[in-house]
Write a protein that binds this ligand. Structure first.
Ligand SMILES: [Zn+2]
Length: 131
């Protein structure tokens, strides 16, 4: 792959953003990465160092979101968290993915997170298909 050093198994964050822009197997932005992690689709997660954002988590379904009260998967109340990015990283690691922290803000083009995907995500509007 262009721009990826030979010793790298995963696309660089720059390549990840390019892949996402081409609507390939990558996602950029916290909302998209939370959705991807909820679908257990994240291969490698890139996180801006020091980024902390509150959100909600369903501990039963591993659903992650920025807000909401009831889990869209199981309907149970979701737990509020002060650091949904931390929950996101833990979920990615639990699914066998990897997490990389980025120090320079410009690498993520101002976004807090980006990720590469194991497979194409179901469309956000079809999330009920995950039941
Ligand atoms: Zn749930």
């Amino acid at each position: 792959m262009v721009g990826v050093p030979p010793d790298e198994q995963q696309p660089s964050v720059t390549a990840t953003i390019a892949i996402a822009a081409a609507e390939g197997f990558a996602a950029v932005g916290l909302t998209a990465c939370l959705w991807a992690a909820s679908a257990a689709a994240v291969e490698t997660l890139y996180v801006q160092e020091g980024a902390v954002v509150p959100g909600v988590v369903c501990d039963r379904s591993r659903w992650l979101a920025l807000g909401g009260t009831a889990c869209p998967v199981c309907g149970r109340p979701m737990r509020a968290t002060a650091d949904v990015i931390g929950e996101l990283a833990a979920a990615v690691l639990a699914e066998g993915g990897s997490v990389r922290t980025l120090r320079a803000a410009r690498e993520l083009s101002g976004q807090l997170t980006a990720c590469t995907l194991r497979y194409a995500l179901p469309a956000a509007g079809r999330r009920h298909a995950l039941r």
